[in-house]
Design a binder for this molecule. Sequence first.
Ligand code: DOR
Length: 441
Amino acid sequence: MRDETAIAIRGVRVIDPYRHIDSEQEEVWVVNGRIAPEPIKNLEAKVIDARGLWLVPRLLDMHVHFREPGQTWKETIATGSRAAAHGGITAVAVMPNTVPVTDTPELVEWVQMRGRAMGLVDVLPLGAVSVGSQGQELADLGRMHESGARGFSDDGKPVASARLMRAALSYAKSLGSVIIDHAEDPSLSEGALLHEGRMAHRMGLSAVPEVSEASMVWRDVLLAGLTGGALHIAHISAQDSLEALAYAKAKGYAVTAEVAPHHLLLTESVLEQWGYDPVTKVNPPLRPEKTRQALIAAVAKGLIGVMASDHAPHHADEKAQPYTDAPFGISGLETVVSSLITALIAPGHLTPLKGFELMTTGPDQVLGLRYPGLCAGAPADLALIDPERRWRVDPQDFYSLGHNTPLSGMTLIGQPLFTMVNGRFSMREGEVVDAGISQVS
Ligand code: DOR
């Protein structure tokens, strides 16, 4: 037993949605990277006094942009992995809108391999739906699936052609995979910078109505019904999209949806504070309060089953351009867990167990993963979170290269203090630990 490494986490509240367990005053042992069946006598362990903390297994952010290959000034797989570890996250699904677009099995493997080499977070690649995400020709979903692609999306762009979307849903169905839908009608949204409402009007900026998203969600829900394919709506943000989602559920279609934290915490009114600073520029745009309330209600009643950051880092110089020219996106990996607590758990919309389903079992099911939860023998992927700690967001503290967030200066509730991947700390008391990490397969 001499070369075993053991960590005992004492006095912790275990919140494990994978096993439907919420239990106080637990003692969890991690031995050689895995959860041990019970406290082990005669084994020397590093002890963590975790009284007052929450232990949540394998938090999965299923919508992030790591920009590699191609745009490494915005983010790399290494910097994105550090950001994830800092944020309490142990698995991420990375979007394929890289340069070149991740639309081949070789690129899917490359992204996966780079993630493994970094070893801080389980990097799950997503492949493009269409070649180059150009919306013309279906990409080779089958070979990408064989190479490890967990789903397919042209995220950043919609699949404008219904014919192509139909084919993609049928193809994904045959693979047991999922199409992740960036729902937007380009004929309505072209050139738009903001939500079509009060602030766009006041600021004189071109804007897009919610119909742009909702009409595409309705189209794709109907196509999911037609094909039987699995459809996941990314960053849902329109009231009528929720109607389509409810319809899909009533019909028994394989349709799921995710909400981004900024659509739950912020509204278009935040532009009063930021003015023409494109830190608020994101696609889909920040919506009015009525929509924010509808999204919260939809999460509370289980219609939306996933929260994902849509982590979209950009370089400071790019975001320093005028509103019209700056790229869309918010850097969200290091605030997503706290956002979940602040927006949904702390105000009592969801219990902690239900709340964390949005970043555990929810995305796990969408991507067809099977993490068993904190049972004996499971890889020790977990976060220790201080649920009471209030902290002020300062993007200068981010490990991400992208400091672009309109949450900057806001006080959030709850903070991840430790992240563990395969039994080793990837983050300890706010510091990312990236030396000597190795994977247990
Ligand atoms: O704001 C966004 N940024 N929305 C997207 O759909 C894409 C993303 C990006 O890649 O920057």
